[in-house]
Design a binder for this molecule. Structure first.
Ligand SMILES: C[S@@+](CC[C@H](N)C(=O)[O-])C[C@H]1O[C@@H](n2cnc3c(N)ncnc32)[C@H](O)[C@@H]1O
Length: 691
């Protein structure tokens, strides 16, 4: 190879290659030519080179004294060598720019390119340039509260009408299932990958049983629930001091993900999905980085860019934006994503930042741009609470890669600022996708008057957080009832006082009698999440010696999330939360009056047994507004703490999954059939799934 280079490169003199530093600048300059739109005459050659065979990390020397630098760049073909030597001359004439605070200027001089956003004076206002702390609210905080103005701002974005129309069509087709063709179209295989993604989707949305959207959604939910229950079980073991082999120093979510992978309980992890992942919806939230991995939404546990190979080319399928790199959220639709690599790891030989190369994930994103392949974007932000590190990830939908360029990135290494070249990719959210609940929430928070507000607090101060009522559908007011926070027992009923534990501090597995009643395990994690649904749970209660902070007291502490009652189109009033609710969290109790079931026209399937039901018609709490669903996000858990009567346990709602803000809370009603005055079973239509 060295010989060949020498042969083909007669014009390349040692004086052209003054130093290794110059070559470094030269490689940056070559990289800039890969950017679409660059009019460099050898652009096409570079393109072919970029995806050709790579030389394995090799030194290409010009003569015995001069080294062209360690390179991982592409196969050096004769034509490129000629071009490079011309480039070198140009480069040598450029000033060596000292480190300056104006990074974009420095990058411009070094690479001959600049950040297109800075040059174009785009109408987009940069809302958040926070480098390591991102909140989804930043994306939405555009300062524009009027949705129409918002829409007009979006249309100002530099995107051609044609590409916008295409994007709109492609994505709305993905979300309006009934409009799409039912049959798969194998004859279209020659078309773009984007069409292929659509096609796969069309096949998926086809009528085949077990493969319908609802089934896929259930599959995804099941997979996530298995993950959550296993993770919480593992956490409980760690919290109670029980050690498991090979667990030392490993993250619980990774352990569970690998167990699930071995048991083949994960989805789409073998076969990468391009475009939307069946059963995953925009706005879905995750608490662990491993959750998008087990769904095949973003397969790597650490890398920010997931890639696959299509038609012999590496393409990007998804990216995670979580603060590891200085990504910029320009507005609710535009993201400037930093390329991968170059970050000093601190390991021997990698203490300084390195220039990024157009390979791996970076090459994938560039190819996704060329081939117009949509990329899934997952946002992650810090939701640490009371010193406990926690992240929340949210699937934001499909984006198109619009542009990329080379920029200068600075790193702080041992207190010193160091610079290296890094790629930036501009991604734009495709039209026709549902608006993120975070954006709706931000709009609500920013508006001075809450639209449709009927009551600021129906609990009249009885709950920790006010429970407001909103109706943006019609003029109906919330029905009259008395708000209570504790269930009322019949007058004839004598509560049996339970035997409490004698613990003086936190209850432990070894000594607590309440733990014994829970079959030797505390049913909650230290963060208050229920480990898993049980027929009955015993919390420590007023008769126990442990303090109120005991880990075995959760649901008795009342509502912890800001809930609101809102009017739905088809199901009357419903309930939603104004904050994300992590899976396993306590939401609220179903409060009312205990009545014998015969008084309410409810018949138990067991018929003869004495049966009681909570009636929340006249007296109740926010729980009385929770609607039913066949795919609920809450489950009802029976809990005892202030009495021992298993016939009348507290009915406590816990989150069965991670619930995004403003998502309606639903559960599956479990009581027996309701009869009318003629003894006929009342049949009610279910409008679950409608807004
Ligand atoms: C516990 S209440 C829920 C609050 C109720 N939506 C309201 O406006 O007061 C139960 C009643 O809500 C309605 N409902 C609940 N879930 C529904 C669903 N999925 N489809 C249609 N109606 C539903 C039914 O009328 C049911 O009897």
């Amino acid at each position: 190879m060295e010989k060949e280079v020498m042969k083909q490169k007669p014009s390349c003199k040692i004086s052209d290659v003054a130093s290794t530093r110059n070559l470094k600048r030269q490689s940056s300059s070559a990289a800039c030519c890969w950017t679409p739109g660059c009019s460099h005459p050898s652009l096409s050659k570079i393109h072919s080179c970029a995806e050709g065979d790579r030389i394995k990390k090799k030194r290409v020397s010009v003569d015995s004294n001069t080294t062209l630098g360690t390179t991982q760049h592409k196969m050096v073909k004769p034509i490129e060598v000629r071009m490079m030597s011309k480039e070198k001359k140009k480069e040598a004439s450029k000033p060596i720019v000292p480190f300056s605070k104006n990074q974009s200027e420095r990058a411009k001089v070094r690479t001959g390119m600049s950040n297109p956003l800075a040059v174009k004076k785009s109408p987009m206002k940069v809302i958040s340039k926070k480098k390591f702390h991102y909140s989804p609210m930043d994306r939405c905080g555009s300062g524009v509260t009027d949705p129409k103005r918002w829409a007009s701002r979006v249309s100002l974005q530099p995107q051609s009408r044609l590409s916008r129309a295409r994007a709109e069509n492609s994505v709305s087709a993905l979300y309006h299932h009934d409009k799409r063709p039912k049959k798969s179209m194998p004859h279209l295989a020659a078309r773009s990958i984007r069409l292929n993604a659509y096609q796969n989707n069309a096949a998926y949305y086809g009528p085949k049983k077990g493969n319908r959207p609802a089934d896929k959604r259930e599959e995804v939910k099941r997979c996530l629930r298995t993950f959550s229950v296993r993770t919480r079980n593992q956490l409980r073991d760690i919290e109670s001091g029980k050690k498991r082999p090979n667990m030392e120093g490993k993250r619980v979510d990774r352990i569970v993900a690998s167990i699930m992978r071995k048991r083949k309980e994960t989805l789409n992890t073998d076969k990468p999905v391009v475009g939307p992942v069946p059963g995953v919806e925009v706005g879905d939230e995750y608490r662990y980085r491993a959750e998008p991995c087990i769904l095949g939404l973003h397969r790597p546990l650490q890398a920010g860019i997931d890639t696959t190979v299509r038609n012999g080319k590496r393409i990007a399928t998804s990216v995670v934006v979580s603060g590891g790199y200085p990504d910029e959220v320009v507005n609710e639709d535009v993201l400037i994503y930093s390329g991968a690599g170059g970050k000093p790891t601190g390991k021997p030989g990698h203490t300084k930042p390195k220039d990024q190369k157009l390979e791996g994930g970076n090459l994938g994103l560039k190819n996704s741009l060329d081939m117009k392949i949509p990329v899934r974007v997952i946002y992650g932000w810090d939701t640490s609470k009371r010193g406990k590190a926690m992240m929340t990830y949210s699937y934001d939908g499909l984006y198109e890669v619009e542009n990329y360029w080379l920029d200068t990135r600075t790193y702080k290494v041992k207190g010193k600022l160091m610079a290296a070249d890094g790629f930036k990719f501009q991604l734009r959210r495709m039209k026709g996708q549902p608006e993120q609940n975070w954006c709706k929430l931000k709009r609500i928070q920013m508006s001075k008057v809450r639209e449709g507000l009927c009551s600021k607090d129906i609990s009249l101060g009885k709950e920790e957080h006010p429970i407001c009522v909103v109706n943006t559908i019609n003029n109906e007011k919330v029905p009259q009832f008395r708000y209570i926070t504790k269930t009322v027992y019949p007058s004839w009923y004598q509560k049996s006082w339970p035997k409490g534990c004698k613990c003086k501090s936190q209850c432990s597995v070894e000594t607590c009698s309440c733990v014994v009643k829970n079959k030797g395990k505390i049913p909650f994690n230290f963060d208050g999440a229920i480990v898993q649904e049980k027929p009955l749970i015993y919390e420590c209660g007023p008769a126990c010696g442990c303090p109120p902070s005991c880990y075995n007291r959760v649901s008795q502490n009342g509502i912890q999330f800001p809930l609101e009652v809102f009017k739905t189109k088809m199901r009357g009033w419903g309930v939603r939360s104004l904050l994300s609710i992590p899976s396993g969290s306590f939401v609220c109790e179903y409060v009312g009056i205990w009545r014998p079931s015969s008084d309410m026209g409810v018949r138990s399937s067991e018929g003869v047994k004495e049966w009681f039901t909570v009636d929340a018609q006249e007296l109740g709490n926010v729980g009385r507004f929770i609607n039913r669903s066949c795919s609920p996000n809450l489950f009802a858990q029976h809990v005892l703490f202030d009495h021992d009567d298993k016939k009348m346990p507290h009915i406590m709602f816990f989150a069965a999954e991670n619930i995004p803000p403003l998502k309606e809370l639903t559960y599956q009603y479990k009581y027996g059939s309701v009869h009318d005055s003629d003894g006929k079973v009342k049949v009610k239509e279910c409008y679950h799934g409608t807004s």
